[in-house]
Write a protein that binds this ligand. Sequence first.
Ligand code: AGP
Length: 609
Amino acid sequence: MCGIVGYVGNKEAAVFLLEGLSKLEYRGYDSAGIAVYDGSEIRVEKSVGRLAALKDKIGSNMPKGSLGIGHTRWATHGRPSDSNAHPHADCSGDFVVVHNGIIENYLNLKEELIEKGHAFRSETDTEVVAHLLEEVYHGDFEAAVRDVLRRIDGSYSLVFLSKKHPDRLICTKQDNPLVIGLGEGENFIASDIPAIIQRTRRTFIMNDGEVAVVTKDSVTITNRRGEPVQKKVFEVNWNAEAAEKGGYEHFMLKEIHEQPKAVRDTMSQRIAKDGSAIVIDELKWDAAFLNSFNKIYIVACGTAYHAGMVGKYYIEKLARVLVEVDVASEFRYRDPIVDENTLLIVVSQSGETSDTLAALKESKRLGAKTLAITNVVGSSIAREADQVLYTWAGPEIAVASTKAYTTQLILFFMLALYMAEIKKTVSPERVKELIKLLKQIPAQVSETLSDVDPIKTFARQYGFNEDVFYIGRSLDYDVALEGSLKLKEVSYIHAEAYAAGELKHGTLALIVEGVPVIALATQKSVYEKTLSNIKEVKARDAVVIGIAAEGDEELEKYVDHVIKVPETDELLIPILTVVPLQLLAYYAAITRGCDVDKPRNLAKSVTVE
Ligand code: AGP
């Protein structure tokens, strides 16, 4: 997520802009910039790297003026660089814009604008908005902004500055946060409350489609149809730390709840408009490429490794290509069979995990083609791999990975389906059916988040047990592994995940009265077998919490509690099943008074082997 600030008032804009951006640093970013109107020109200062680099660049020569906008960039399109940093201007320098989100149709718009003679300075989707505004502007600033909004698709929060209208800023949002801070003789705009909380606690929270014209003494808001909107003032009573978490108690909980948007953003640009196919412009693979290798390795660590296990299932099931999955710290030392006929897929939220990076470099040395799935544009792994597919989950701050996992599953599913389309291993009808179900996933993830009370109860009831087991078969087993890792790393409970059919080969000896067992039973193809494993543990007086699909009326006869997730194809249901397991781990950690966002012994990115 990028950070946005704007100022219009009677003081020096640059002072607030830099102060506000510093309050947004926690979100993670790779470059920063500000633009200030000094009475004749708009001065733009921007720099790759931290905010300190921008301040060094500005030095004592602070931009003068009381109208300005600023931005910290979390790159999605275009690597981190000075030129890709925001704010972005049009050809004339009359208009400047900052943006958070993704303009899905920017490539088509960019081609149109280049044909009309516009010269672009960056690789970003955002710069298209500045040139589009220049193209459609005929004297009425707000009307031109509305015209731009009619032309762009995607998710965005946008703030526009024009030297032709030096008494105002215009801002708007769609699927991304934007707030207006109400001051005395000055007003503030920000993507997040922490940026303005030192200046004012009186705010307007913008809603999708609303357009605000902000001067130093007025805020005029209208809706998509141009009708006036009367806003209630929202008094912010959070302290600064709480504000960084958007009102959630921890980043982990915030990021669990960000999953519907993260999942939507990750899939949104990669589905054909008519829903008939997956389109992955970043790859442009063809049958020749797919037939050029005889093995795929998926290599990763921790949660990313668990996502890779699901990815293996997807690719083998849909594209019928043999896949081997390994943890990065093992892969490199087992003298793997890697050559120019190998495709290596590495998965890494941070893009900096040393074990994974080392496996990638070794495989490249042995001749493999390489693809990285990562959440950080310009990360070491992104730069090292031949090709990159980005999850668009936004910054993940909590050590425990949650939204990265679900967006990795989405990406693996789309990659597998994309490969299946090329290899024609799945019928066009089935492709359409799966895409239709895929598009329902963001709303279904929201549904799994809508009632957390039963999970809070289980966490309180069983949160002081020292041993918990997770069992499942097929994809349920893969998700069980992720669920047990979540519980271990944030609550310090010793949790183990087992293939349900494997219990009787030894581990069943540990199942005694009162031991909690989380049994995942969403995979219809192995449901009866899973049920018999559940009966095995119940016969030893375990306490069983079952995870089932909505329509399952059978499971509750055999378990102590049931958590239901919405019905969908058994290939897609893991993206839903993991959510209650993430919440269970979170609330168990709360019950035990653990440091949820920074668990003992752990780091967010393990950059040592
Ligand atoms: C997951 O919750 C853990 N924080 C950890 O296992 C993590 O997934 C692993 O270190 C890999 O990190 P990466 O995705 O950034 O490479």
